[in-house]
Design a protein around this ligand. Structure first.
Ligand code: PGA
Length: 259
């Protein structure tokens, strides 16, 4: 059975002391929760967050890394630097990096291969624009992003890949896709993985959704068939709100019967 993952993406928000304050409130709220929780925070607070979450059930992710092992790349951070610090995961291929920093599928693939090599879980973001959805290009876009992004990734490495389906038009807009759109797209992603690997392997891959999830709509989204969790931006910045979202994604075994 696949685990549930609820992941925060702070983006370029919160100073080191603000992250520390956040954790003081957040950690007691999620203590003992069996859902996997990952906080993707700015580089400047990684060390603090790793120290403060050491004895907790919360994992820490970076929001980016460089694809090269090391060298003359002023201002960049390598995968080994992150794993050496104790970082668990890294976001790769977020649409804000694809559009604002011209990150291509090829670059995303290099980052994934480098991240996996350094023992990081890669939170691999994919998703179509509104234009692409309206023109029935969603599947075509996902096939390209996933086959390119996971090129040369072995089946046994997929346990360290979390696919975050994030339609670009839903990120930070307050608009979420209809339930069938999310459920159907998750199926499409699993079919793409089946054709790249096989059904048994594809069945075990974690696939989450992200885009305008909040403490209200999470109650519905948390129950969607085949969905293994969520990646949350804006609503993850408030510890109380984010804790509510975490509790909407219960691991199956913990669900009450009437759910
Ligand atoms: P949002 O962002 O929840 O603010 O829409 C999601 C994301 O960018 O991962």
């Amino acid at each position: 059975m696949r685990n549930k993952y609820v992941m925060a993406n702070f983006k370029m928000n919160k100073s080191d002391s603000e992250v520390e304050e956040y954790l003081k409130t957040f950690l007691p709220l999620v203590e003992g929760n069996e859902t996997k929780i990952i906080l993707s925070i700015p580089f400047t607070s990684l060390k603090t967050a790793i120290e403060k979450t050491k004895k907790s059930n919360v994992m820490i992710a970076a929001q980016n890394m460089n694809e090269n092992e090391k060298g003359a790349y002023t201002g960049e951070v390598s995968a080994d630097m992150l794993s050496g610090l104790g970082v668990d995961a890294v976001i790769v291929g977020h649409s804000e990096r694809r559009s604002n920093f011209n990150e291509t599928d090829e670059l995303v693939n290099k980052k994934i291969l480098r991240g996996l090599k350094s023992g990081l879980i890669c939170i691999f973001c994919v998703g179509e624009t509104m234009y692409e959805r309206k023109n029935q290009m969603t599947e075509q876009v996902l096939v390209r992003q996933i086959t390119e992004g996971l090129k040369s990734v072995y089946a046994n490495e997929l346990k360290n890949i979390i696919i975050a389906y994030e339609p670009v038009w839903a990120i930070g807009t307050g608009v979420t896709p209809m339930d069938v759109e999310i459920v159907e797209t998750v199926k499409v992603i699993r079919n793409i993985l089946t054709s790249m690997y096989d059904e048994k392997i594809a069945k075990d891959v974690i696939i989450t959704y992200g885009g305008s999830i909040n403490e209200v709509n999470c109650k519905e989204i948390g129950k969607f068939e085949g969905l293994d969790g969520a990646l949350i931006g804006g609503a993850s910045l408030m510890p109380e709100k984010f804790a509510k979202i975490v509790s909407a994604f219960k691991p199956k075994a913990c669900r009450k019967k009437k759910d």
